[in-house]
Design a protein around this ligand. Structure first.
Ligand SMILES: Cc1cc2nc3c(=O)[nH]c(=O)nc-3n(C[C@H](O)[C@H](O)[C@H](O)COP(=O)(O)O)c2cc1C
Length: 165
């Protein structure tokens, strides 16, 4: 799958098959994260790969009761070093690499931003000098969602100066 196709056909997936992700497939997806660009190449992020069913179940109430947090095969929790400038951007880029690499391999993802940052951090033993940024569900899709609408190019893109179309 080429990058354009991956970008065009990726969807947020919220229903997953009960199917384990082969270790080599997971490794390749995590490698796409590792290779992501970052400010000054600092790679100011870490990632917790949650596979344990009990831990995933425990995270559901901390993620606004989004049940698919438990139903996905792997729940990915991105951690940033808030002391590092741009760490949140670093995290975002690497997580987006994951969404596209996963999609290329027939896996689905969904960003999870609706969660209690402190409580998820506590539950997973994240130290006080780190911060949970955002999470992703990962697994084999059990649905094929339609594309969500997007704003028009005109609404989003200006030429040379703000507001000039
Ligand atoms: C930062 C961020 C946080 C999000 N948080 C959630 C979430 O907590 N639960 C959820 O179901 N979807 C969440 N989403 C998914 C968005 O709703 C979804 O990307 C958007 O509706 C566009 O749909 P698409 O991904 O299928 O193109 C989040 C997306 C982003 C980028």
């Amino acid at each position: 799958m080429d990058v354009t196709t991956a970008i065009r056909t990726r969807r947020s997936v919220r229903r997953y098959k009960k199917k384990e992700i082969p270790e080599n497939v997971l490794k390749e997806i995590l490698e796409a994260a590792r290779l992501a660009p970052s400010a000054a190449n600092r790679q100011a992020w870490e990632l917790i790969v949650v596979k344990d069913p009990e831990i995933k179940a425990g995270l559901v109430p901390l993620c606004k009761n989004q049940k698919f947090v438990e139903e996905c095969s792997v729940f990915l929790v991105a951690v940033e070093d808030p002391q590092q400038k741009w760490s949140r951007v670093d995290v975002t880029i690497m997580m987006d690499h994951i969404t596209l690499a996963a999609h290329e391999k027939g896996l689905g993802t969904c960003w999870i931003g609706a969660f209690d940052r402190e409580k998820v951090g506590e539950a997973l033993g994240v130290p006080g000098n780190r911060m949970v940024t955002v999470c992703l569900t990962l697994g084999y899709p059990d649905e094929s969602p339609e594309a969500r609408p997007r704003k028009s190019m005109d609404e989003l893109v200006y030429e040379n100066r703000y507001g000039v179309r």
